[in-house]
Design a protein around this ligand. Structure first.
Ligand SMILES: C[S@@+](CC[C@H](N)C(=O)[O-])C[C@H]1O[C@@H](n2cnc3c(N)ncnc32)[C@H](O)[C@@H]1O
Length: 387
């Protein structure tokens, strides 16, 4: 979409095209385009309206109740923060006393929208003219400008948020030095505005963070979705895992430097959430449940009683054996296992190849955890403990 198409979509004709495109949602793409043209909408407007309606249908997790009215671009939507995460972050900023925030590279405004809704005076800037124009429409309570974040006057704000673009020319970039705005400028922000939050890729090298920053890892229903560095007075713990389960946030904090005790495998094994593992908080999870690791290098947490925690999935162990394809296949046959969930930590086995080699048959479900205990490849057969 370009600025002219966005302007057209905002005219009464554009609104009518969007309304008809929404009615036609789900219909064959070509048929929908012909239906729009048959009503007299020019091909450019018809195409823009159909694209917009397709993007809006996918935007619910990021723009919530505003998704059906939002103005979106494909790239902007892909990069936007989930609403549940943005709202939580904005609430934490508000609770820390932030009153005015600049979102430097605000994209379509998914974060900005949550900041404004939290009652914080919100300023957004984006270098891309179409993206900035969409953000202005999506967050009417914010002041949005188009420009380079590096030129933005920060004198009127007491906090900044920066979610640098991690793609260039439509492709993902993985090295922080390729982010935009540039990483050395981004990490120097806390020197200018101490209340700084940076949104980062979950795999960020922690050595690259501004000194003293809190590193937060965030997961939603088991998927690690982002990391954030909370700088200056906003840093409250060296590490935090924020785990959303069924819409509810749960937080685990710690130093990220503790080590868990090591002992024998037990009757229950817990697979920690990816946010807990990446935040190096497995020892804190183990301590909360008087648990142990069976191998000091592997993040499966063992106990003799079931663990009920949002920070991991607990399984009741049925059998633990040194890994042997032949023995495993025979055991699964005996038990009539036709549906097998396979998890692994510390195993190089190709899960899909193993699934084929096991030639599963039977009516029963089971979970297989592939791991290593004292250098021995190990298969753990287990059932999830229902929470
Ligand atoms: C990851 S997106 C932000 C997404 C946003 N947090 C959201 O949830 O909708 C990064 C944005 O930074 C913008 N950007 C990149 N370099 C910039 C710069 N130097 N100045 C301003 N904006 C920039 C890009 O155009 C892109 O829209």
């Amino acid at each position: 979409m370009d600025l002219d198409q966005l302007a057209l979509l905002r005219t009464p004709d554009g609104a009518a095209a969007l309304a008809l495109a929404a009615e036609l949602a789900g219909a064959d793409e070509l048929a929908a385009a012909s239906a729009l043209r048959a009503r007299g909408f020019p091909p450019g407007l018809a195409a823009a309206a159909l694209t917009q309606v397709t993007l809006r249908a996918r935007a619910g997790a990021k723009f919530g109740a505003d998704a059906p009215r939002a103005f979106l671009t494909r790239a902007g939507l892909e990069q936007a923060t989930r609403e549940i995460v943005a709202v939580r972050r904005a609430a934490r900023l508000r609770a820390a006393g932030v009153t005015a925030l600049a979102d430097l590279g605000c994209g379509l405004g998914a974060d900005l929208r949550a900041v404004a809704a939290a009652g914080i005076r919100a300023y957004g800037v984006d270098a891309d003219p179409v993206t900035a124009a969409c953000a202005a429409l999506n967050v009417p309570d914010a002041t949005v400008t188009c420009g380079d974040a590096r030129d933005f006057d920060l004198s009127a704000v007491d906090a900044v948020f920066c979610d640098p673009a991690r793609r260039s020319g439509g492709r993902r970039v993985f090295r922080p030095e390729d982010y935009s705005p540039p990483w050395d400028w981004v990490t120097a922000l806390p020197q200018r505005v101490p209340n700084t939050v940076l949104k980062l890729a979950p795999g960020i090298d922690q050595a690259l963070l501004p000194p003293g920053a809190e590193l937060e890892l965030v997961s939603v229903d088991g998927d690690v979705v982002e990391a954030a560095a909370w700088c200056g007075p906003l840093a409250r713990a060296p590490r935090r895992a924020t785990v959303f389960r069924d819409g509810m946030p749960h937080e685990l904090t710690g130093t990220g430097e503790e080590t868990a005790p090591v002992g024998p495998p037990g009757r229950y094994v817990t697979d920690p959430d990816g946010a807990v593992v990446r935040a190096h908080l497995v020892a804190e999870l183990a301590a909360a449940h008087s648990a142990r690791l069976a191998d000091p290098t592997i993040a499966y947490v063992w106990t003799d009683t079931p663990v009920t925690s949002p920070f991991g999935r607990c399984f009741g162990v049925v059998d633990t054996m040194p890994f042997s394809l032949k023995r495993l296949r025979a055991t699964l046959r005996e038990r009539g296992i036709g549906r097998l969930e396979i998890l692994k930590r510390g195993s190089a086995l190709d899960v899909e190849q193993l699934r084929r080699d096991l030639r599963l048959t039977g009516p029963n479900p089971l979970t297989l955890l592939l791991t290593r205990i004292s250098a021995t490849p190990t298969a753990v057969l287990a059932h999830p403990v229902v929470r």
